[in-house]
Design a protein around this ligand. Structure first.
Ligand SMILES: [Zn+2]
Length: 299
């Protein structure tokens, strides 16, 4: 093993694909042929969190999961669904007209990229891939739809989920399992990336909207984040075990070329795209962002 003690005192096993030498990738693959994919974006998460929270959270959890259970963490994807449909209506309410520092792409770009990521893992011979989105709203439901559509084309076993699916029992004390820049997300990032959370930036008497800060942000605790991260990592390990146990070398592998991905997309996904929930154009009781709002432009 390469000595990477400079990573911080103890020698931590490198599991991040883009930072590994070929012999390390081969060793990790031989020991556990599982690929972990993280999805998130830069998006307002209150004044107290770095804007990349969703991606940093997802990627950080997968790095811990791979160190605990094996596998290789794919390069993170920091561009995700936003600004369309209900996302725009949510943003108008929670972000307002502040400069949002978003790294948004429409659902048809994001989900097609996911298909290409999955195809890359399939041809490399991975037996399982887990796709974790740290970004919420209905995109995770579409991810599950996409996984259902992809699976018949793959020998590799696939699972897609939002982190809150395995955040059990949730926030210590009340079991809250997900929020937006409230105590759950802020505590998780605090545990995973302590330099990227500054709770002194939470105002004593906030007025909302406040760069999409959650209403419970002031209750954040780093220890609570550590507990939730450990529970999530354990849940990801169970998922990984289930997928590997159901891998079958006799299943066909039909998503092997760029042409296969394009064919899969046009024949299988595109006819279903109008049903994708990320494109739903209402959210809570509101039908559209106000005329003149920046959120009206891609809604
Ligand atoms: Zn978030």
């Amino acid at each position: 093993m390469v000595d990477r003690s400079y990573l911080g005192g103890e020698v931590l096993r490198e599991v991040r694909w883009e930072r590994m030498y070929p012999h390390e990738l081969e060793e990790a693959f031989a020991a556990c042929p599982v690929a972990w994919f993280s999805y998130g974006l830069c998006e307002p998460h209150g004044p107290q969190n770095a804007v990349g929270l969703d991606l940093l959270k997802a990627h950080g959890l997968l790095v811990r999961a791979a160190r605990a259970h094996g596998g290789i963490v794919a390069p993170p994807d920091a561009w995700h669904v936003h600004e369309v449909g209900g996302y725009a209506i949510w943003a108008e309410r929670e972000i307002g007209e502040a400069r949002p520092w978003l790294t948004a792409v429409p659902p048809w770009v994001h989900f097609k990229n996911v298909c290409y990521h999955v195809r890359a893992a399939e041809v490399l011979g991975f037996r399982a891939a887990i796709l974790l989105t740290g970004h919420y709203g209905p995109n995770w439901e579409d991810l599950k739809t996409l996984v259902d559509l992809l699976q018949p084309w793959l020998r590799m076993r696939l699972h897609g989920l939002p982190d809150f699916e395995v955040n059990r029992p949730g926030f210590p004390g009340d079991g809250a399992d997900g929020d937006h820049a409230g105590k759950v997300e802020t505590s998780l990032l605090w545990a995973l990336e302590p330099d990227l959370v500054d709770v002194t930036r939470i105002p004593e008497t906030p007025t909302f909207p406040l760069f999409a800060m959650g209403r419970t942000a002031a209750e954040s605790r780093r220890e609570a984040g550590e507990q939730m991260a450990a529970d999530i990592v354990a849940g990801l390990g169970r998922l990984q075990g289930d997928l590997l146990a159901t891998w079958d070398p006799d299943r066909p592998s039909r998503l092997r070329t760029f042409g296969d991905v394009e064919r899969f997309w046009s024949e299988v996904v595109e006819p279903r795209l109008p049903d994708f929930k990320s494109l739903r154009r209402t959210w809570y009781d509101k039908a559209a962002p106000e005329a003149g709002s920046r959120w009206r432009e891609n809604w």
